[in-house]
Design a protein around this ligand. Structure first.
Ligand code: AMP
Ligand code: ZN
Length: 461
């Protein structure tokens, strides 16, 4: 299968081929662990999880090395720990654990490696030393700064000119900077803040150098200076990715940091940027607390192409959940034996291979589900099994079918009980009672369908 991805570096869709045949390296900027993951973070990590799954489907999971770091050194972390009156370590440990749990609920696969900044300080210091030695960084007042005009390609990824950046820089630029566009690689830490001894005194790294150093430390030995894919939300293109790119190229004699740069679109909520002051800020845990299964959240996110912005609405989420129910309804009419050795539909894989066209891929599945619903016997089994195999690539539709319907609605057992009572009434030829139960359930939004394998229920659409 030929995979194509939109590459932000070239602004074109390009055929993907790993630099080392059959082995893929991928890095996604991980979370800064100061607060619970919000649904925008969730969307970005779901998007790149799908890239990982698709690569794993194509090359074999063991041949894809996926790194997603944990940023556990950051001023926002120091502030949040102070606000809550807890230690920094307590905050980062708790937040990292919550992040991993939320990602698990969203079906995001664990990365191959998840380096923490606090464990990567020697690699960071070594890279800063290399940048100074090569004339790309300088020390000033216990800070080390990257000298932007030492790298001619600076600005190419984000499409900005250094002159514009300098013109746009705020007046209160630190006086020790040679140019307003220069950015921090290392800064001093007072005794009460996290800090490490370094050739420039006790201090801590800037944000951008962390990723460059962790990529070099974790992926460098096996893959060299250039990895295959670097990804993150499109709010990271500038300055974060521009700076990562500059640091790595300058520390490695000009070698490109990544062949492909992939960026996902931002998520808004009910038409507005998420913000605590607007009251539309939603964490993953907020949504789960409404009783929505993580799989429905994931499915909802997959309905929008990862590159486009996504506007999250309650109505859209409800609709997504119903669509997922419809697929599960089909799967529950089929014996699990039918699922063995099934492959996803070709057209589904072709859509995903085309820069992760998830709306197109899901349209194929809806089509196949329509055919399956009107098919019988072995043909129905075959089509349903294709859908389930496609679900494995998307990270959905793998739940136990009975658990899906009982677990996703609070009174699932009660519904089953009433279906049994109706069946008994029908056996007893008490059709008035049987019809009454059916009508009562319908009034509660539950539709019964009598089929060859018995009676099943679904939520009315
Ligand atoms: P952070 O923890 O803030 O560094 O963010 C982690 C990831 O979430 C980054 O890749 C961001 O680009 C991404 N992200 C942040 N806000 C949003 C949003 N509203 N929609 C989509 N992705 C986001
Ligand atoms: Zn990064």
């Amino acid at each position: 299968m030929t995979l194509r991805f939109y590459n932000s570096a070239t602004r074109r869709k390009e055929v993907f081929e790993p630099r080392h045949p059959g082995r893929v390296s991928m890095y996604v900027c991980g979370p800064t662990v100061y607060d619970l993951a919000h649904i925008g973070n969730g969307r970005t990590f779901v998007s790149f999880d799908l890239v990982y799954r698709l690569l794993a489907h194509e090359y074999g999971r063991d041949n894809v090395v996926f790194v997603r770091n944990i940023t556990d050194v950051e001023d926002k972390i120091n502030q949040a720990a102070a606000d809550r009156g807890i230690s920094i370590r307590e905050l980062t440990t708790e937040t990292e654990a919550a992040f991993l749990e939320d990602m698990g609920v969203l079906g995001v696969s664990p990365p191959t490696y998840a380096p923490r900044v606090t464990d990567s300080i020697p690699a960071i210091i070594a890279m800063i030393e290399a940048l100074i030695a090569h004339g790309h960084a300088y020390e000033a007042e216990a800070h080390v700064l990257f000298q932007v005009d030492s790298f001619a390609e600076y600005g190419a990824l984000s499409g900005r000119s250094v002159e514009d950046m300098i013109a746009g820089a705020r007046i209160d630029v630190a006086p020790f900077k040679r140019s307003p566009a220069d950015f921090v690689l290392w800064k001093p830490s007072p005794p009460e803040l996290p800090g490490w001894d370094s050739p420039w005194g006790r201090g801590r790294p800037g944000w951008h150098i962390e990723c460059s150093a962790m990529i070099e430390a974790v992926l460098g030995p096996a893959f060299g200076d250039t990895i295959d894919i670097h990804a993150g939300g499109n709010d990271l293109i500038f300055p974060h990715h521009e700076n990562e790119l500059a640091q790595s190229a300058c520390a490695h004699g000009g070698a490109a940091l990544a062949k492909f740069w992939l960026h996902s679109g931002m998520l808004t909520v009910e038409g507005a940027k998420m913000s605590k002051s607007l009251g539309n800020f939603l964490t993953v845990q907020d949504v789960l607390s409404w009783g929505i299964p993580g799989e429905a959240i994931r499915y909802y996110m997959l309905k929008t192409h990862y590159h486009s912005p996504m506007d999250w609405t309650k109505a859209g989420l409800g609709l997504a959940w119903k669509e997922l129910d419809r697929f599960y309804n089909l799967l529950r009419q089929v014996g699990p034996a039918a699922f063995e050795h099934a492959e996803p539909p070709e057209a589904f894989l072709a859509a995903l291979a085309d820069d992760l066209n998830t709306p197109g891929a899901l349209a194929v599945l809806h089509d196949v589900a329509g055919q399956a619903n009107s098919a019988e016997g072995a043909e129905k089994d075959r089509l349903a099994a294709q859908i389930r195999a496609a679900g494995a690539v998307l990270g959905i539709l793998q739940s136990n079918v009975a658990a899906w319907f009982t677990g996703s609605i609070t009174d699932g057992d009660a519904i089953e009980e009433r279906i049994n009572a109706r069946n008994q009434a029908r056996k007893d030829r008490d059709f008035a009672t049987a019809d009454r139960i059916r009508d009562e359930l319908l009034a509660e939004g539950i539709v019964l369908e009598d089929g060859p394998t018995g009676t099943i229920w679904r939520r009315a659409s």
